[in-house]
Design a protein around this ligand. Structure first.
Ligand code: SF4
Length: 714
């Protein structure tokens, strides 16, 4: 039996795993006791990874050969890699020549490795000359990115997992950590056992397992987070809990915010949030108590919002106002949803970002990247972000779309738009490991990809720690590594777009891609020039890790200097604004979405394992028992859940964890489980039949956490 150290592919905790294999078969997995993210622990998903690897092969859900659909409606036919990539390069070259570089687009994934992300980004921005490269990280972390940049100056989570040991107040807001980041939650339980005086506050509309274990649960109304944080700051100001010395020495803009939060006295803020005034005051006192060390953990409750940037920034305001940042046990700490949304941000693999945290709007930064890549320029105009990209495809503006390692036909809001776009596109390429995702049905060209246990590269977890992903077995069938497919395609496209010039993609290994990426970070806030593969092989390290460093940096901003022009952080001054689609008489319920403990994304991997359905075997819409009684519904009754965009049919379940006039559906259930249709008759699967594409004007992250719906017996 062979053993290979790697990283779990599911969530941003980034646990180290040891893969056991025999020949071409993965036979077991266990936690890596030496990995600093998990010290040997794995959750139910991580500990069943080996079963997903074998089940996918035996269930024949793996894509093993490229295939081409010669016309819409025709059956896909197997083709060689050579035929497939020549076809793809021909389509791209023709469309770029006839319609310009912005007529093509890429929709990629926070599950890709950093090396995959790097070459996709270089292909779009460096070779083709379009910023139309966005990712499902837009649905996950873009509000966190915008919140960090608006306040601290850079997209850099300042805290680390070890801070839990020193925390006196843990503020978990918009996160069911116990289910969504289980191994991090084990560390919270350990920290609390070691320090029973530690206070835990959870702000969440639902009484989740995380909320149930808190000292104080604030069941705020959906979308009212900014009112909560402004109300807490009002209390802190009134009670002298603001660290005026820190504010004066290290920040700008507090006067405007001080004025702003005058309008949020605790009684008014509590009214807006639908919570008790005394609870809001208690939360503010625990957060800002003299001598306290407060750590905030937050996730999609803040991010997946039409006010996502304002929510993130208003929370960070509290840390700046109280000086709760840059010291052990304190700081704002976004939890990454996907395993490598961080790595994608580091290479600049989104429509509005540039490599190594450079600014797309800065001509010097664009020139630096062009020099690094050996091209004349990179485009200045921001590309289309996820929702707008699919709109542009539906409108015929973007004609060729390459989708990699993600399933937008299930995971994007407003399925009507997404599916119309996929049908309207002139040519759709889907690069996937699993043929069961519904997006594969829309592919003109299907390219089989390798996946966990087969891939080689790096990922970055929530605490900026870079770990190696290593292959335990060889690629099945003709499946190829994503970075290798992109490079092969890029060289074919180069021969059409810039014949006779040296290739921009001269890589034979992912390590060569990595070395170019790390060189691109030299002198930047995330400088990783000291992190060779050999160094990461020795220990997964946190960035920054410049050349000559002996260890990564656990915590940022300990010196009170921020990566802004004058070194000072900036308070963000924005009012509370309600959700984009408030409930009303026609659509009287607030529908929330979220994760289950044992499932992952659209279930392409976890759905192959029967035991992972033991926790929650079937989909349901969870509602408060009093609402069920009022609607004369019994648990198990089928109901129509209808929003302005579509309808789902789903059984109803009674749940005390859901407040009156609210409802919850898990995001994972797809075509086999939830049927429905959009308002104009398109058949769709899953909760995104009803979610809204309304997005935050700054981060462009859609409000997957709230839609107004009505619920009627089927
Ligand atoms: Fe994998 Fe996340 Fe579970 Fe760790 S907590 S084993 S990274 S799913």
């Amino acid at each position: 039996m062979a053993e290979t150290r790697s990283t779990c592919p599911y969530c941003g905790v980034g646990c180290g795993v040891i893969i056991e294999s025999q020949g071409a078969r993965i036979t077991g997995v266990r936690g890596d006791p030496d990995h600093p993210a998990n010290f040997g622990r794995l959750c139910t998903k991580g500990s069943t990874l080996h079963h997903t690897a074998t089940a996918a092969i035996s269930l024949q859900s793996r894509l093993l050969h490229p295939s081409h659909r010669p016309s819409r409606g025709a059956a896909p036919r197997p083709v060689s890699w050579d035929t497939a990539l020549e076809l793809a390069a021909g389509h791209f070259a023709r469309v770029v020549r006839d319609h310009g570089p912005d007529a093509v687009g890429f929709y990629i994934s926070g599950q890709l490795l950093t090396e995959d992300y790097y070459v996709f980004n270089k292909l779009a921005k460096g070779l083709i000359g379009t910023n139309n490269v966005d990712t499902n990280s837009r649905l996950c972390m873009s509000s966190a990115v915008a919140g960090y940049k608006a306040t601290l100056g850079a997209d850099a989570p300042p805290a680390c997992y070890d801070d839990l040991k020193d925390t006196t107040t843990l503020f978990i807001t918009g996160s069911n950590t116990a289910w969504a980041h289980p191994i991090l939650y084990r560390r919270i339980e350990d920290a609390r056992a070691a320090n029973p005086a530690m206070k835990i506050i959870v702000a969440d509309p639902r009484r989740t397992d995380t909320a149930g274990a808190a000292d104080l649960h604030l069941p705020i109304l959906p979308g009212t987070d900014v009112a909560l944080y402004h109300g807490m700051l009002h209390v802190m100001l009134a009670e002298g809990l603001v660290d005026e010395a820190y504010v004066a020495a290290h920040t700008n803009g507090f006067d405007a915010l001080r004025e702003r939060v005058r309008a949020y006295p605790p009684a008014e803020a509590a009214r807006l949030c639908g919570i008790a005034e005394a609870d809001l005051i208690q939360a503010a006192r625990w957060f800002g108590a003299p001598g306290s060390r407060t750590l905030s953990l937050y996730c999609q409750g803040l991010n997946q919002s039409s006010r996502g940037t304002a929510k993130n920034a208003a929370l960070i305001n509290l840390h700046l106002a109280t000086g709760q940042i840059g010291k052990p046990g304190a700081g704002p700490f976004s939890l990454t949803g996907q395993p490598n949304a961080m790595g994608g941000r580091e290479v600049g693999g989104m429509a509005n970002l540039l490599s190594a945290h450079r600014d797309l709007a800065n001509p010097e930064h664009r020139a630096e990247v062009a020099r690094l890549w050996g091209v004349d320029s990179v485009p200045a105009t921001p590309g289309k972000t996820a929702v707008d990209l699919f709109q542009a495809v539906a409108d015929g503006e973007v004609k060729v779309l390459w989708i990699s390692c993600t399933n937008p036909a299930q995971s994007m809001p407003d399925q009507n738009l997404v599916r119309r776009a996929l049908q309207r596109a002139e040519f759709v390429i889907v690069q996937e490991a699993f043929g069961t995702t519904i997006t594969c049905d829309y592919a003109d060209l299907l390219l089989p990809a390798t996946t966990w246990g087969e891939k080689d590269g790096t990922v970055t977890n929530s605490e900026r720690r870079i770990s190696r992903v290593r292959p335990a077995v060889s690629s099945p069938g003709a499946a190829r590594h994503d970075w290798a497919t992109v490079c092969d395609f890029a060289r074919r496209l180069e021969s059409r777009l810039r014949p006779g010039q040296p290739t921009l993609f001269p890589y034979d290994t992912p390590e060569q891609v990595w070395n170019e990426h790390r060189e691109s970070t030299r002198g930047r806030d995330l400088d990783i020039t000291g992190l060779t593969y050999a160094r990461i092989d020795a220990t997964p390290e946190q960035w920054p890790f410049p050349e000559g460093a002996t260890t990564g940096r656990a915590r940022l901003y300990e010196d009170g200097v921020f990566p802004t022009a004058d070194g000072r952080a900036k308070f963000h001054d924005a009012p509370y604004e309600p959700v984009a689609e408030p409930r009303d008489n026609r659509f009287p319920f607030s529908l929330n979405t979220g994760r289950l403990r044992d499932q992952w994304h659209g279930m392409s991997r976890t759905g192959t394992i029967g035991r992972l359905f033991g926790h929650v075997p079937e989909p349901s819409i969870e509602m408060n028992p009093a609402d069920l009684s009022r609607l004369q519904l019994a648990a198990g009754d089928l109901v129509h859940v209808t929003s302005r965009r579509g309808t789902l049919i789903v059984p109803v379940a009674a749940s005390e964890s859901v407040a009156l006039s609210q409802a919850f559906i898990a995001m994972h259930w797809g075509e086999e489980f939830l049927s429905g249709s959009t308002s104009n008759g398109v058949k769709v699967q899953g909760v995104n039949a009803v979610t809204t594409p309304a997005y935050c004007p700054t981060s462009k992250q859609p409000e997957l956490k709230h839609a107004a719906v009505k619920v009627l017996k089927a």
